[in-house]
Ligand binder design. Sequence first.
Ligand code: FA5
Length: 290
Amino acid sequence: MGAAVNAARDEIEGLLGARQKALAREGLEAELRAPPLDVTLPGRRPDAAGRRHPVSAALDDLVEILARMGYEVAEGPEVELDYYNFEALNMPPDHPARDMQDTFYVATEGHGPTAPTVLRTHTSPVQIRSMLGRRPPLRICSPGKVYRRDDDPTHSPMFHQIEVLCVDRDVTLGDLKGTLAEFVRAFFGEGFRIRLRPSYFPFVEPGAEVDVTCTFCLGKGCRTCKGSGFVEVLGAGLVHPRVLRNVGYDPEEVSGFAFGCGIDRLAMLRSGVDDLRHFFEGDLRFLEQM
Ligand code: FA5
């Protein structure tokens, strides 16, 4: 019985093997007869294409606008010496204005390379770094990340600013206002107004907070602008004579203006987003609508 079963199995296996070989040969022959593979056909596109983040898009647009106005890009570190972030900007240790920017300290003591360091709270230290490196006239802009102990719908612990600095002979508040008006017009389009409110920053005199027409209600007054028709977007002013002296410039000879603008705020206003935190949560359902 065993011998008969083995013989039957061998026969079946033999037939199966032969048929498999025949099928493989036929397949190969069919492939060789078929038209040749076209290696020039375009590849398959990935389903979801990436795109610029709304904050990066705003940042690129701002740099382009400023470049057209004659500003070059300057850079500075995100981990910054306390000296550049505060002291050289007329905020010595214990100056009450330091409280306006809740700070992440990296090191609180020491000298030289181990001197107190902070995660920079604004892009203004790049003003000092740029002025120390060269003589006026000077027109720079400096975009980048800054850090503060903030966290609510319009304040993020990490956000972006762009600093703009112009130092030359006879620079006036009129130059600042004209530059701001053009800057806002180029970014938002016609019909958006700016409003300057007197304000205090230790590194400028006079100083102003600058508002722009609320993009949600176009100035009529709504919840976002708390009924005022304007939203605050930046701080500005004429460079303080003490800051000019700190970098070896003579305030009798040159003057300048500076402003520092929240890029995320501008991106929020431009795209009608009412909570800044959406920008940084990485939720594709939100980002795909941008
Ligand atoms: C400053 O940071 C000054 N360095 C600006 C300046 C530069 C004044 C040059 C004069 C001359 P302020 O703290 O107001 O100022 O911040 C500037 C802008 O950053 C604000 O108008 C706002 O748009 C944005 N901003 C501030 N804090 C936050 C935050 N936590 N999240 C998002 N945006 C913020």
